[in-house]
Design a protein around this ligand. Structure first.
Ligand SMILES: C[S@@+](CC[C@H](N)C(=O)[O-])C[C@H]1O[C@@H](n2cnc3c(N)ncnc32)[C@H](O)[C@@H]1O
Length: 287
């Protein structure tokens, strides 16, 4: 299923990073320094629609944003604490506080590299610099996951994780903006990167059509797709198709979670709209 305009403009996805950045901050994630004025405008402009959507049983993005973010944080923490991962490469990190939080929490025990399109990466670098978060173990790099040198750029970034022990690659809030071919290309590139490490973990959120079927969901997807200009893509109808696609790419094992499965462990995983999204946790072994 696809709600799209004909010409993708990846740069236009960046406004959503202002919105999510504001959502993280207003919910106490990351201390608020990464929220932007623009994010506040978007949030306030959308509030009446969110109230109506909740009243009619439609999706409430704040619910599934917080749920997916909390579950990804939880899975990443578990992998670091188990000693499987000591490097994190976050794609399309926008104004997410995760890099700052994990760098603060784990210090020199991990290397954290955040990436995004050049303008967003510059904005993030500036904000993190003001927070004093950047250093040899926490960096921001410009990376377009689709254009430029694509896979080569990803592999070059992976070379910066010198321990070779365990790498986690995260893509949060990105996949449903990508057409299916680009999604599959990205997954193949991520797998190639992870296979260079002793342990590889890919974490991401993904919306599957089955979980977003109502009329209000369809309206919301169409409007968001128009707003970002790239469209919104539901590549898979049911979760089993996602598992098959990741397995045939070469990931193993592949888990696809509903946030509510973490209701006892993750604060926001039980919000009413939490299960509009799935969280992928996929492994990769060194080849
Ligand atoms: C919805 S925001 C998510 C930001 C962040 N991950 C979060 O959850 O708060 C989508 C992000 O994808 C980035 N983006 C869009 N197209 C991209 C591309 N081709 N390569 C890298 N980043 C991209 C945007 O700049 C934006 O920061």
């Amino acid at each position: 299923m696809r709600f799209s305009r004909p010409r993708p403009r990846p740069d236009s996805i960046s406004p959503t990073a202002h919105y999510t950045g504001y959502v993280w901050a207003r919910n106490g994630l990351g201390g608020g320094e990464l929220a932007t004025t623009r994010g506040g405008w978007y949030y306030r402009a959308l509030q009446p629609a969110m109230v109506l959507s909740r009243a009619f049983g439609g999706p409430v993005p704040e619910d599934f944003l917080l749920a997916r973010h909390g579950v990804i944080d939880h899975l990443l923490s578990a992998a670091i604490e188990a000693g499987h991962v000591d490097g994190v490469l976050e794609l399309a990190s926008g104004m997410s506080p995760r890099g700052h939080e994990f760098a603060r929490r784990h210090g020199s025990a991990i290397s954290y590299v955040e990436t995004d399109l050049p303008d967003m990466a510059a904005r993030k670098r500036d904000a993190l610099d003001k927070l004093g978060s950047l250093g040899p173990n926490h960096r921001v790099e410009a990376l377009d996951v689709l254009r430029g040198h694509g896979g080569d750029d990803l592999l070059a970034l992976a070379d910066e994780f010198t321990s070779g022990k365990g790498l986690a690659v995260i893509s949060e809030g990105l996949l449903n903006y990508l057409p299916t071919e680009e999604l599959r290309t990205l997954w193949a590139r991520v797998l190639a990167v992870l296979r260079r490490f002793g342990a590889g973990l890919y974490l991401s959120d993904l919306h599957v059509a089955e979980d977003n079927r109502g009329p209000v969901d369809a309206l919301g997807a169409t409007l968001l797709g128009r707003f970002v200009g790239t469209g919104l893509h539901f590549h898979f109808t049911i979760p089993e198709e996602v598992r098959k696609a990741l397995t045939s790419t070469g990931f193993d094992p592949v888990e696809l979670y509903l946030p509510s499965e973490f209701a006892d462990l993750v604060l926001d995983a039980n919000r009413p709209s939490a299960d509009r999204v799935r969280v992928i946790s996929a492994g990769a072994a060194r080849t």
